[in-house]
Design a protein around this ligand. Structure first.
Ligand code: KG4
Ligand code: ZN
Length: 339
């Protein structure tokens, strides 16, 4: 079955063509057009600019994807959660295409697709249920108990900023660019020796719930930054140290809380997904901790952590029966997963 995936939930326009079989997935095409350059100067995604870019890029990318390939049997589109104007571009485009090609349309939940990104290369071989799923991206920090594919229950969430948002805001405070995650990770890797004795909090880490909060961490970075002289603020030693500390703090909290919930629910594996999981330190620390505790940690390849339409197509494969009523499909910016 050939599935065409369309993903426009944030600032990446992506279209992919996947040959989906029970035995696994073969990627025929995967094109991602990043808008980073456009949003960079604003220090974050500007929804209406993103919408305009999606409108401009989608027809061009689709043409490229279909050029040397078979026509799809199914069309899949992300309809939420995400930035509303951006989601609508994908949904309307997908509906028109479904009418034109006379094929069914499957609505895809973006959070579920970050989870099912783990099926792209390995067909979920190392996943054992029940599992705890941690999705960490620019828009989400959420812990989900998965009994199987399709059976989800939210057990924890951020009460304010998402972890990726925290990376992005910290980078903006430090004036080092956008998106913050990859830049902070690079600066943190260059950090060698403590010089400024920066101390950042680990928000909610020891609280006996499974929720997160990252806005206080961002404020702590702001206060530290403001307390330094203009010369120190610009120095690479300071930037590297504070990036390292901020990254450590985010990773510590994510690991501690995920391990706690995994133990409490006695799950068989921990599954990660979302843009922040592209972070090398986070990946390594999760793997080390998993090994110590005898817990299976399942992580997508770096390229499938950030937004892509391959995961959208793969998710549609597991939701093939959901094409009913697609003609009235609406974007849902606040779409939830499970109960
Ligand atoms: O999943 P994603 O592409 O889009 C959303 O659904 O939000 O995630 C984007 C987020 C951004 O906040 C970005 O800073 C973060 O993922 N990110 C990273 C890294 N690469 C991307 N965060 C930490 N380390 C990275 N290497
Ligand atoms: Zn995403």
């Amino acid at each position: 079955m050939i599935i065409l995936g369309i993903e426009t939930s944030c600032d990446d326009t992506s279209v992919a063509l996947v040959d989906a079989q029970k035995s696994g997935f073969k990627i025929l095409e995967n094109i991602i057009s990043s808008q980073t350059k456009i949003h960079k100067k604003w220090g974050g995604v500007v929804p209406n600019l993103a919408k305009r870019e999606h409108e401009k890029n989608l027809p061009l990318i689709l043409e490229e994807v279909l050029k040397n390939n078979k026509k799809p049997d199914i069309i899949a589109v992300t309809y939420g959660p995400g930035l509303e104007p951006c989601l609508w571009v994908g949904v309307n485009f997908a509906k028109e295409l479904a009418v034109k090609l006379k094929k069914p349309l499957i609505p895809v939940n973006h959070i579920e697709s970050h989870f099912l990104a783990n099926w792209i290369e390995s067909n979920g071989k190392n996943v054992k249920f029940p599992a705890i799923v941690l999705i960490v991206s620019g828009g989400h920090t959420i812990l989900v108990l998965a009994k199987e594919i399709g059976k989800y229950k939210i057990v924890g969430e951020t009460r304010d900023d998402a972890a990726g948002e925290c990376f992005d805001k910290v980078a903006r405070i430090l004036g080092i660019g956008y998106p913050g995650g990859p830049i902070i990770s690079k600066k943190a890797a260059e950090f060698k020796k403590r010089k400024y004795n920066i101390k950042l909090p680990r928000p909610m880490m020891y609280q006996k719930n499974y929720d997160f909060s990252f806005s206080g961490l961002k404020t702590a970075v702001l206060y530290d930054f403001q307390s330094r002289s203009p010369k120190i603020r610009k120095s690479q030693d300071y930037i590297r140290e504070i990036c390292f500390e901020a990254q450590e703090s985010i990773i510590d909290v994510l690991i501690k809380k995920t391990i706690r919930v995994a133990r409490d629910f006695k799950v068989k594996s921990i599954i990660l997904g979302g843009g922040v999981v592209a972070n090398k330190n986070l990946r390594n620390k999760f793997k080390e901790t998993g090994k110590e505790l005898g817990l299976e940690i399942v992580i997508p390849s770096i390229e499938y952590c950030t937004d892509n339409a391959v995961m959208t197509a793969v998710t549609a494969f597991f939701n093939k029966n959901k094409s009913k009523n697609w003609k009235t499909l609406k974007a849902n910016a606040n779409l939830k997963i499970g109960k």
